[in-house]
Ligand binder design. Structure first.
Ligand code: GLY
Length: 340
């Protein structure tokens, strides 16, 4: 199995857990509360110092911190991993810096079509939505699909009709998701298309968001949300809302991915990592490296992933120049990062 770049960069890729596994149950009275952990991402891609000013980096990291506050606050208050990942992703969806919710990329037609998913490991429940146009926070609708329908994934008009049945969810006009930066990216993609140049995928798909959490009960959940790829056509759906590809959680592993979705779909990437952990007994760091820095680049794709295991071991591998990411480890160590 290939371990490569992140073995050398292990400190940047995997945070060591507290010693020893712990049972997936509540602590007995008098015990210290079981540790919790949270990891988030705001997308992997071509992020260079030339493209990201120090002021913009500070703004991005401030929003990553707000997402950590939201998710970790849920966990320390005894909330569930599911509640924590939804809280963190909701903050990232509302930030214009990321390609999810406000700030989502444009389709070729000049609109926005949003995808999201959630999965809860210990129950195996999952919910997903694709091609949303008017739901301000797609992650909330994905959770509602999981909790209030017999289905896992709803798409397009049907998903919007289901949203009509959930009056607690805020609706917005499609142009509410517009930002000037994404419009510039659309214009550049249109210009490339007119020249019949191939749209550069690395520029086109950056900024998916996600979160994975371990709660006091030892339960894991994962959530992912995205606008997909700039200039996407024909109702294109990427990996983010596809359970097992962009989002997956089990009793022992949770993963949210970011990157060139077509390759994460073909490799069923999130499940491929968790299967290595649960079926083959790989450490999660090695499993994530094998898929993100081995399998995906070998297929021609790129991107990253975040995840954790039942001990709270956090992994954040990526094969691109950078990945917006943040974490709070089981011992309380916390941080955000952009570059390698
Ligand atoms: N990874 C997000 C997408 O390709 O849509």
């Amino acid at each position: 199995m290939r371990l490569a770049p992140c073995v050398l960069l292990l400190a940047a890729c995997a945070l060591p857990a507290l010693a020893g596994a712990r049972p997936a149950s509540s602590p007995a009275a008098g015990d210290a509360p079981a540790p919790v952990a949270l990891v988030i991402h705001g997308g992997a891609g071509v992020i260079t110092r030339e493209q990201l000013s120090e002021a913009d980096e500070a703004a991005v990291r401030a929003d990553l911190d707000r997402a950590l506050d939201a998710g970790h606050g849920v966990l320390v208050a005894g909330g569930t991993a599911l509640e924590a990942v939804v809280a963190a992703v909701r903050v990232l969806e509302d930030s214009p810096w990321f390609n999810a919710g406000k700030g989502a990329v444009f389709t070729a037609e000049g609109g926005h079509e949003l995808d999201a998913a959630v999965m809860e490991g210990h129950t195996g429940r999952a919910g997903a939505v694709a091609g949303l146009r008017t739901v301000r926070n797609p992650v909330l609708l994905a959770r509602a699909v999981m909790e209030h329908t017999p289905h896992v994934m709803l798409a397009g008009e049907g998903a919007e009709r289901f949203a009509d049945t959930r009056p607690e969810l805020e609706r917005v006009p499609n142009d509410w998701f517009d930002t000037p930066r994404r419009r510039e990216q659309l214009e550049a993609a249109r210009e490339r298309a007119q020249r019949q140049a191939v749209t550069t995928p690395a520029e086109a798909r950056f900024g998916t968001v996600g979160a994975v959490a371990l709660d006091r009960h030892g339960h894991i959940a994962a959530a992912t949300s995205t606008g997909g790829m700039t200039y996407k056509r024909w109702g294109r759906v990427g990996d983010a809302p596809v359970i097992g590809a962009g989002t997956y959680a089990s009793t022992g592993c949770g993963i949210s991915t970011t990157g060139w979705g077509e390759f994460y779909l073909r490799s069923v990437a999130a499940h491929a990592i968790c299967a290595r952990v649960e079926l083959r007994g790989d450490p999660i760091g090695a499993a994530a490296e094998d898929v993100i820095n081995g399998l995906i680049p070998a297929m021609g794709g790129d991107g990253g992933a975040i995840g954790l295991d039942a001990r709270g071991t956090i992994v954040m591998p990526f094969n691109t120049a950078g990945m917006y990411r943040g974490w709070v480890a089981t011992d309380g160590r916390r941080g955000t990062a952009v570059f390698r």
